[in-house]
Design a protein around this ligand. Structure first.
Ligand code: GCU
Length: 362
């Protein structure tokens, strides 16, 4: 795709204009954009992810339950910490795991949203990451609440009354809790609170994007293969659509989202609205060449559609020749980063190397 083809493609998709207020007025400067951001948040809350992500944070407390200063040949300190969220009439405690290199504090840090409790695991090469001088923190999403339609377990039971009145999905719950881990990380001397990245793969890439969108303390978000309802435009997408995702994972979203099944053209937003909330901070999306389900082309177009916000800030967003890069190549010169890796849906060492390279240079 060259520039003309991309422009035409985006025009044909008739995307809602991220830089236009609901009353029709255009956003022409940063002050107006800050107001428009609030509108966009409300749209995403109401139509897609639900209310939890907008809830004010509750106080936290934390307790180190395990510490090992001999971790990885004594290069790093390993810690397991229990974080407790204090509600008015309830508490919720969940664990996180950390590996912190012993030198050069405070450190750039990855907050990794994990499918697994094991640390390291197939998606998280802890030693390699820390060898490059980063601290890494893992939050396992099922320690927050289960990945299914049961809202009566984990933290979600605190919010859930009944299915009829449910106005949120699990992604917003996972995100809201991840944002509380940021509260904790802000208190840790070894961690550079101005240099914390959030990373997630697939459903957890969607979660990472939402977290960064609503919590601007994250310096950068790395979204790997997030696809439908994450980093791909819904309009004109191949592979998974709103129908398929809502058939299999209705509980990820607020029920209002089901109204757009087979009606993508009626969405008052598209996924570039979500991505644009991270601007002017750094946004990084990764694709895999054979991941038709997530649709790399749609991910790429979503980034191009996010560029105007960076332009408003006089910054370069995605610096590309307006065509998908070659497989294995990284677009890294702007505030938006991107690569496409060979292969399937996966979070690989290759992806991590690209993320570390990009983060190291910020
Ligand atoms: C399914 C789902 C995707 C999701 C993926 C994952 O394939 O359809 O939307 O990203 O699971 O989380 O692994």
């Amino acid at each position: 795709m060259n520039k003309e083809e991309i422009d035409k493609k985006l025009k044909d998709l008739r995307l809602p204009n991220v830089l236009q207020f609901l009353d029709g007025n255009s956003v022409t400067n940063i002050t107006e954009w800050k107001k428009r951001r609030e509108e966009i948040k409300q749209i995403l809350v109401k139509e897609e992810y639900g209310s939890i992500i907008l809830k004010p944070h509750v106080p936290i407390s934390f307790e180190t339950i395990k510490e090992d200063d001999k971790y990885c040949g004594a290069k790093f300190i390993y810690k397991e910490v229990n974080i407790t969220l204090h509600f008015e009439n309830d508490n919720y405690t969940f664990p996180i795991k950390l590996s912190i290199p012993k030198e050069n504090h405070p450190l750039k840090t990855f907050l990794y949203l994990s499918f697994y409790t094991e640390f390291p695991n197939q998606y998280l090469p802890v030693e390699e990451i820390c060898d490059r001088g980063f601290a890494v923190v893992q939050l396992c999403y099922t320690d927050i609440t289960s990945d299914d339609g049961d809202f009566k377990n984990g933290i979600s039971k605190i919010f859930f009354k009944d299915e009829k009145s449910r106005d949120f999905g699990k992604i917003s719950i996972w995100s809201w809790v991840a944002s509380h881990v940021m509260d904790y990380l802000n208190e840790i001397a070894e961690i550079d609170k101005n240099n914390i990245a959030i990373v997630g793969h697939s459903r957890l890439g969607k979660t990472a994007l939402l977290t960064s969108a609503f919590d601007n303390r994250f310096k950068v978000v790395f979204s790997n293969d997030a696809g439908q309802s994450g980093d791909s435009l819904s309009r004109g997408k191949t592979g998974e659509h709103i129908k398929e995702i809502c058939d299999r994972f209705p509980y990820w979203f607020t029920p209002q989202y089901y109204n757009y099944i087979n009606k993508e053209e009626n969405l008052p937003f598209d996924q570039h609205f979500l991505l644009s909330l991270t601007a002017p901070r750094n946004l990084y999306v990764a694709s895999a060449s054979d991941n038709i389900w997530a649709d790399p082309k749609s991910q790429f177009l979503a980034l191009i559609a996010t560029n105007p916000i960076y332009k408003l800030y006089n910054l370069q967003g995605l610096v590309s020749d307006n065509k998908l890069p070659n497989i294995g190549e990284q677009l890294k010169d702007g505030k938006i980063g991107y690569h496409i890796r060979k292969g399937w849906h996966y979070l690989s060492r290759f992806d991590w190397n690209m993320f570390m390279e990009y983060f190291q240079n910020l």
